[in-house]
Design a protein around this ligand. Structure first.
Ligand code: GLC
Length: 542
């Protein structure tokens, strides 16, 4: 395992959606023993750290993002002992493990909420957000205090609690009541949850909707926005309040006390400035935060260059960037960028970009195979958002949660039972076993990139300088400064076009890794012809 406080700057992270990775007991849902059995694969792949989406006790109304006990594993996924064994095995193989902390809301079945909703006088009542029912409409329905929406139910986010004659807030579903982070007891409790898992050996957390913990104190209505995906609201009052940064700094302290841990925040929205702010002005905030703007770029060298530039510029001094193209909430990038005859070629270009830009890459399980996701039929839908928005296909999150494809045995080797979501149609040809055998596979390309990244410190830690402004060719140099970043230089040249493109090589250089040229081949300075979707990594020289 890469030692030292800054291990996470060199690390490549790999997200596992535990329901879909590997099932060990035949119930059709992935579990911790399943993940454990596949750790050797992940070590072979060459990633450094895993982020596992929630596997805590949960009624699964939002598939684990509704937690009923933060200190225990849901029996569907295994036990605390399974978790201990998983972390120990991962560490033995040199892999770190991050969990997912859902601290904006709990499940409505969490004992805290059961107590809180029982009476206004219960000491736990103040852990959640409430509004007294002061008015009812002509149909007898309580009138909410503002226009905040429940994202997955497409209605008001305020839900009635008869026992206290109040409304509680649930901006995802009614089953995810929101905590009141202005109450210091809530912050203390989550600090303690972190300590619990750090003591068990966990290396860090991804913080679910980390910028949503605080809501406007006056509960003001959100202003209008033209964006349908944001439910036609600018989320300035129900999320992304500046008070949140203090809370994030508090969690950072807990992580620092435990030593060599990392916290990565999920931001709500696509605003690099907001993601940047999570790092804190003086590094007192999170180690990293996701900038989702990158995920919504069209397939264009210029678009990604502009986005990366804006992200670098937004980050405060000393903050460390990160990049991701897919996760459990977004259609997989192989699908977003697919183009007849070029889908896998684009997947290779995307992988090369993700793994060589300056910033920690976050991969999503299956992207190393070029998995694209698949749209289940109506009766196979599981995601509450997908069900609420059927037949629209732009919102539901089932497509990107299809089971991992291990081999060509029944159900792709994922389960001996009936998979909880249907497999992608192409799994018989597109699976780990088949791609490990095929030298030219997407998987082997990821492996080669990951191995190169490990052997060349400048690819992880070096400076980055963009080369040229070509709309189709993304090129940059990664250069070590002689310290931890080494002394080397790597020139990355990525042709996003499905046509040949010219590129001016600044100096003679030999190929480190490429899709169309042999490693070791020498290239002369000057004009070179890039093939469609060519990836070219060169040993830079003056
Ligand atoms: C985050 C998660 C998403 C979940 C939501 C509510 O956005 O990534 O999957 O549904 O928070 O917890």
């Amino acid at each position: 395992m890469d030692p030292g406080r800054d291990w996470w700057k060199r690390a490549v992270f790999y997200q596992i959606y535990p329901r879909s990775f590997m099932d060990s007991d035949g119930d059709g849902v992935g579990d911790l023993r399943g993940i454990r059995s596949r750790l050797p694969y992940l070590a072979r792949l060459g990633v450094d750290a895993l982020w596992i989406s929630p596997f805590f006790k949960s009624p699964m109304k939002d598939f684990g993002y509704d937690v009923a006990d933060y200190r225990d594993v849901d029996p569907l996924f295994g036990s605390l002992d399974d978790c201990r064994a998983l972390v120990a095995d991962a560490h033995r193989l040199g892999l770190r493990v991050l969990l997912d902390l859902v601290a904006n809301h709990t499940s409505d079945e969490h004992p805290w909420f059961v107590e809180a909703r029982s009476s206004r006088d219960h000491p736990r009542h103040g852990w959640y957000l409430w509004h007294p029912i002061d008015r009812r409409d002509a149909f007898g329905r309580p009138v909410p205090p503002n226009n905040w929406k429940s994202l997955f139910e497409l209605r008001s986010a305020w839900f009635e609690n008869a026992a206290t004659d109040e409304l509680y807030l649930g901006t995802f579903t009614r089953h995810q009541p929101e905590l009141d982070w202005r109450n210091p007891a809530v912050a203390e409790e989550f600090a303690d949850v972190l300590r619990f898992w750090f003591a068990l050996g966990v290396d860090g957390f991804r913080l679910d909707v980390a910028t949503a913990y605080f809501k406007d104190a006056e509960l003001r209505s959100n202003p209008f926005s033209w964006k349908p995906l944001d439910l036609f609201q600018r989320h300035v009052y129900d999320r992304n309040r500046p008070e949140v940064f203090g809370a994030l700094a508090g969690l950072r302290k807990v992580a620092d006390e435990a030593g060599e841990r990392v916290l990565v925040g999920e931001t709500h929205g696509r605003d690099p400035a907001l993601a940047a702010a999570c790092h804190g002005e003086r590094g007192e905030g999170l180690h990293m935060a996701f900038n989702f703007e990158f995920l919504f770029r069209p397939w264009s060298a210029r678009a990604f260059r502009d986005s990366a530039r804006a992200w670098y510029a937004a980050l405060p001094e000393g903050a460390w960037p990160n990049f991701t193209l897919s996760n459990h909430d977004q259609l997989r990038h192989a699908r977003r960028y697919r183009k007849a005859g070029f889908t896998d070629a684009r997947a290779r270009v995307a992988a090369a970009m993700l793994l060589t830009l300056r910033g920690s890459p976050f991969l999503y399980y299956g992207e190393e195979l070029g998995m694209e996701g698949s749209f289940p039929r109506r009766r196979e839908l599981r995601d509450p958002l997908g069900i609420a928005t059927w037949p629209l296909r732009a919102y539901g999150r089932d497509p990107e949660r299809a089971p991992m494809q291990w081999d060509s045995s029944p159900n792709a080797g994922f389960t001996e039972g009936r998979p909880w979501l249907p497999l992608e149609p192409g799994w018989r040809g597109r699976n780990v076993e088949a791609q490990e055998r095929d030298r030219g596979s997407v998987l082997n390309f990821y492996k080669a990139l990951l191995a190169l990244r490990r052997s060349r410190p400048e690819l992880a830690l070096g400076d980055l300088a963009f080369v040229g402004e070509d709309p189709d060719v993304l090129a940059y140099e990664r250069r070590g400064d002689g310290g931890a970043a080494g002394e080397g230089r790597v020139l990355v040249v990525l042709n996003f076009a499905s046509k040949d493109r010219r590129f001016e090589l600044p100096s003679d250089a030999s190929v480190l890794l490429g899709t169309h040229r042999e490693a070791g081949a020498r290239n002369r300075a000057g004009r070179t012809e890039l093939r469609p979707c060519e990836v070219l990594l060169l040993e830079g020289r003056d």
